[in-house]
Design a protein around this ligand. Sequence first.
Ligand code: PNS
Length: 163
Amino acid sequence: MTRIAIYPGSFDPITHGHVDLIHRSLQFVDRLIVAVATNSSKTPMFTLEERLEMMGEVLQDEPRADVRSFGGLLADYARQSGASMVVRGLRAVSDFEYEFHMALINRQLHCVLENVFMVPAVHLNYLSSSLVREVARLGGDVSAFVPAAVLRAFNAKLKKSEM
Ligand code: PNS
């Protein structure tokens, strides 16, 4: 039996925290679909294409991690892709309520879907894409928080916005 899990998110952009969770998940699944939601209510800084490109580059040495995008409900996407698990990161108690509700709704919609909550490495526990975006926008150095491909994308985007 092939164990397929989905790691869904906005990934705006992917950070070292996401990458850490991906590596941890690949220890117990055969295939991990790292899935960017296209119909998020959030207005992203990076376009879908930019996010997919960055993620593809960051995960190029992980043949068992597939970068994809999906629209509509996560539960439907999980059903279509044959995934039996959803992986999400839990950094702090503040994440818990939202994640818990989302897990229960997804279970209601697709009852065989299991939710797996992963805890990132301690030194990455404070990281979030939104904080990283804010630091970058305000001219701070985000090189400790994101992979090189993302750093280049930040530099290009912020340079463009100065023009
Ligand atoms: O990285 P994020 O923004 O916390 O990810 C949230 C995401 C994309 C996982 C969530 O919004 C989602 O699953 N969206 C797909 C639509 C859906 O199924 N919504 C109902 C889930 S409660």
